[in-house]
Write a protein that binds this ligand. Structure first.
Ligand SMILES: NC(=O)c1ccc[n+]([C@@H]2O[C@H](COP(=O)([O-])OP(=O)(O)OC[C@H]3O[C@@H](n4cnc5c(N)ncnc54)[C@H](O)[C@@H]3O)[C@@H](O)[C@H]2O)c1
Ligand SMILES: N[C@H](C(=O)O)[C@H](O)COP(=O)(O)O
Length: 328
């Protein structure tokens, strides 16, 4: 099987388009289809002094491998030409349209997976479009109520109970039924997508020292522990809730196939310290495979030829592996 992968380069002023052009230089045993403005990709190739031939993508034809220096393209036009490092609200709708087009292709089974480059959440909001991240946006497009963000580095998987939420709203968002849904999706994905028969999930507490028996917060006693008890009764192997600074130590991590952090900056700094540059962001619970890079738009180095495509390569490789598992 030759997997057909949709690639969205993300924010046109960021490093995403450059990384997609770099990735194309390697060629691929998968069919790589950039869902993007062809003029942007051509300009990036000229800037980087790299060869690039854009080939038309026809969803009805059988999937083909991608020769080095080539890229299939499904065209989505930008509103205005972009400059590296310079955000432009006029192009925010373009960024979202690439995601809509790629998602339609995934839902219609024209693509076997979606690999996303980094978007700039701020400029999309500045353009007047509420947007908190791919994870929530793709769930909305797919009509799925709950998905789970998981980042994976060598030897560590970290999933999040809440994603792009102000810290002051985290505690109220962590309800028993929410945790049961999130842990249920994580557990099933570890079994079916990552082939772990009986996964063990380590669950962080929310408060310092997991609440210190109720003296430093009661969410562990009143919400997290009861949810874990209900899930254990269904046969799930769960550790915790443990203080995050205990769970993120080598002896505890050695017991777990994944860690569930209660909020973004409880889990992702640890994951990125371990694997930034080659880690992969995977959305669990979507009706299609979606992986992404572990970094942002890096406006400070856009157009300077310094961006590393390590995480994009890892995201592509993970997507291909998951697609082959799903459709051998
Ligand atoms: N997958 C995504 O869409 C995604 C992920 C993270 C952040 N973001 C968004 O990106 C924007 C900028 O975020 P930020 O500045 O916090 O993080 P960032 O990852 O863009 O940059 C942090 C630092 O890492 C460097 N860096 C990042 N990627 C690199 C690469 N591939 N090669 C070399 N150096 C690299 C940058 O130059 C910068 O110094 C924000 O709007 C944020 O929301 C998007
Ligand atoms: N939370 C992610 C990170 O820090 O790497 C990033 O913002 C991307 O999230 P989405 O895939 O939802 O855009």
């Amino acid at each position: 099987m030759i997997p057909r992968i949709a690639l969205t380069p993300g924010e046109p002023a960021g490093i995403g388009p450059e990384l997609v052009v770099k990735l194309a230089q390697r060629g691929s045993a998968a069919q790589l289809v950039a869902v993007a403005d062809p003029a942007l990709l051509r300009q990036e190739a000229i800037n980087a002094n790299l060869p690039l031939q854009l080939l038309p993508f026809t969803p009805q034809s059988p999937a083909l491998e991608t020769p080095p220096g080539n890229l299939y393209v499904q065209a989505v036009p930008m509103a205005e030409p972009g400059l590296p490092g310079v955000l432009n609200i006029a192009n925010a709708p373009y960024v979202l349209e690439t995601l809509r087009a790629a998602t339609r292709g995934c839902l219609g089974r024209h693509f076997d997976a979606l690999v996303t480059g980094p978007v700039h959440k701020g400029i999309i909001n500045d353009a007047g479009i509420p947007f908190s991240g791919h994870t929530e946006f793709l769930a909305g497009l797919a009509g799925v109520g709950q998905v789970v963000m998981m980042l994976s580095a060598k030897g560590l998987r970290v999933a999040l109970a809440t994603t792009h939420l102000p810290l002051k709203d985290v505690s109220t968002a962590i309800t028993g039924s929410h945790l049961e849904q999130v842990i249920g999706i994580l557990y099933q994905s570890l079994r079916t997508q990552f082939c772990i028969d009986s996964p063990c999930i380590g669950v962080c507490g929310l408060n310092p020292h997991a609440g210190e028996g109720g003296h430093l917060g009661r969410e562990e006693l009143e919400i997290i522990e009861p949810a874990l008890t209900r899930l254990r009764a269904q046969g799930l192997h769960l550790i915790g809730p443990l203080p995050a600074d205990t769970l993120f130590t080598p002896p505890q991590l050695a017991r777990c196939d994944a860690v569930l952090a209660m909020y973004h900056d409880q889990g992702l700094p640890v994951l990125k310290f371990k694997g930034f540059g080659s880690a992969v962001n995977i959305t669990l619970g979507l009706p299609f495979i979606r992986t992404s890079v572990d970094h942002g738009t890096a406006l400070d180095i856009a157009g300077k030829g310094r961006a590393s495509d390590g995480s994009l390569m890892a995201a592509l490789s993970e997507a291909v592996q998951l697609a082959k598992l799903q459709k051998p």
